[in-house]
Write a protein that binds this ligand. Structure first.
Ligand code: ACO
Length: 326
């Protein structure tokens, strides 16, 4: 079996920043509540005219420029998102068009916050089962477009942003050592966007009732998140035949600082090994892990040979974790 590795990263967070104080002028909330309950201070918000693919194109251009990647060397485009530009065609198609990488497969993955790890897994499968050599895996969202800005229990949590990784076969020790992904549809109703699909097509009523926005039972999701992130991480570590003591960095999905801290505690990972940027990005769903990887990469925090554990959960519920030797 061919091992794959990440050879380049990129990311883009929109220019506009919405602070907790800004939010306190929109709904009945305050900086203290949001900071204490979530660890979030700021979130980036896409422009009215910016769709998810537009963020992805900037992330990819940054990645190509930094690492000298020629677009014509890309063999497939995978975009993990739950906020596609349109219900169809896929967001990957719009990225493909803008970047001019024509005639290669381009498709989306819908696995919410776990989407990027699903994407890595699918890219590995394609490299193993086809002649494809180099795949572009995006994860990211414009969640601000499906946020109910009158609902204080959700609107403080999310942000926009896209991250991308270029993956190809590894011929040295670097690479993805284990990936563990899964899902349990029994609790889909705890976190979803009720309307806009074939179950509840758009009507005046669905729009009036704000059914095209994120609906979440925060407390229930919280409990599931903590248990599942621990389970997925342990499984990925076990598959890689290492323990949490061996890892240099734990990069968890950035949903809530309390979820991050509790998961790290359960896994016995000390604070200094846990990467956190939720204060600046909020929850960017599928963007969370690739944005973190790119930020760490640019800051020189990831050194060749480092063992990294990435770990996510999301709507569905879905989960995914992977051990990577950088
Ligand atoms: N500002 C002030 N007060 C608020 C706010 C707010 N923004 N939101 C809720 N409250 C109030 C509630 O109304 C409630 O008031 P009450 O006691 O008078 O009824 C009180 O604060 C406590 O509310 P809880 O919901 O119990 O607060 P909790 O401590 O559970 O925190 C939170 C809520 C932050 C949403 C938490 O449950 C959480 O993080 N859950 C996980 C969410 C998550 O990670 N989702 C990720 C999914 S990502 C994806 O797949 C897209």
């Amino acid at each position: 079996m061919k091992k794959i590795k990440i050879i380049a990263t990129g990311s883009y967070l929109p220019e506009k920043i919405l602070t907790n104080d800004d939010l306190s002028k929109m709904v009945d909330t305050n900086d203290e509540w949001i900071t204490q309950r979530t660890g979030i201070k700021n979130r980036h918000i896409a422009d009215k005219n910016q769709a998810t693919s537009d963020l992805g194109v900037i992330a990819a251009k940054r990645c190509f420029e930094t690492y000298g990647i020629e677009p014509e060397t890309i063999d497939a485009i995978i975009f993990a998102t739950v906020t596609p530009d349109k219900l169809f065609p896929s967001t990957a198609i719009y990225v493909q068009k803008s970047l001019g990488i024509l005639n290669v497969p381009a498709f989306d993955i819908s696995a919410a916050c776990s989407g990027f790890i699903y994407g890595l897994s699918v890219a590995g499968g394609l490299i193993n089962s086809t002649s494809m050599k180099r795949i572009l895996v995006f994860g990211g969202e414009t969640l601000s477009k499906v946020t109910n800005w009158e609902d204080r229990s959700t609107c403080v949590l999310f942000g926009d942003g896209v991250g991308v990784a270029v993956v190809e076969e590894s011929f040295d020790e670097s690479g993805i050592i284990s990936v563990y992904i899964g899902a349990d549809g029994n609790m889909e109703y705890l976190l979803h966007q009720p309307a806009g699909g074939s179950r509840n097509p758009a009507t005046f009523e669905t729009v009036e009732k704000k059914l095209h926005t994120i609906h979440m039972a925060g407390n229930e999701v919280y409990k599931f998140a903590v248990n599942t992130m621990q389970m997925a991480a342990e499984k990925a570590l076990e598959l890689a035949k290492i323990t949490s003591q061996d890892i240099k960095w734990f990069i968890p999905h950035q949903a809530n600082i309390r979820i991050i801290d509790t998961t790290a505690k359960y896994l016995k990972v000390p604070k200094e090994k846990v990467f956190v940027n939720i204060d600046k990005t909020a929850n960017t769903s599928a963007g969370s892990i690739p944005i973190a990887l790119d930020q760490m990469n640019r800051e020189g925090l990831l050194k060749k040979g480092d063992l990294i554990l990435i770990d996510a959960f999301g709507a569905g519920f879905t989960w995914g974790a992977a051990v990577i030797r950088w």
